[in-house]
Design a protein around this ligand. Structure first.
Ligand SMILES: [Zn+2]
Length: 73
């Protein structure tokens, strides 16, 4: 399970900013002005519980839900 730490601040004119305080994959604590996307881009998909790049499960195209029938009147 991936945990997310966010900080929300409300500034003048009710502008609200939400900041990621810790990396959800490794728990690294960000400095206040550090680029979150740069750090997150250094992680691999496996860090988020996904398959490695280029590896596709055999059942990747299996429907997530059963087909739903609709009534036509
Ligand atoms: Zn990280």
């Amino acid at each position: 399970m991936v945990g997310v730490s966010l900080r929300a601040r409300t500034y003048s004119r009710s502008r609200r900013f939400v900041t990621l305080t810790h990396c959800p994959f490794c728990g690294y604590k960000f400095d206040c002005d550090e680029s979150r996307p740069d750090h997150l881009a250094d992680h691999d998909p496996e860090d988020a519980g996904l398959n490695p790049l280029g590896e596709i499960d055999d059942d990747h195209d299996t429907p997530l839900f059963e087909e739903v029938s609709t009534r036509v009147e």
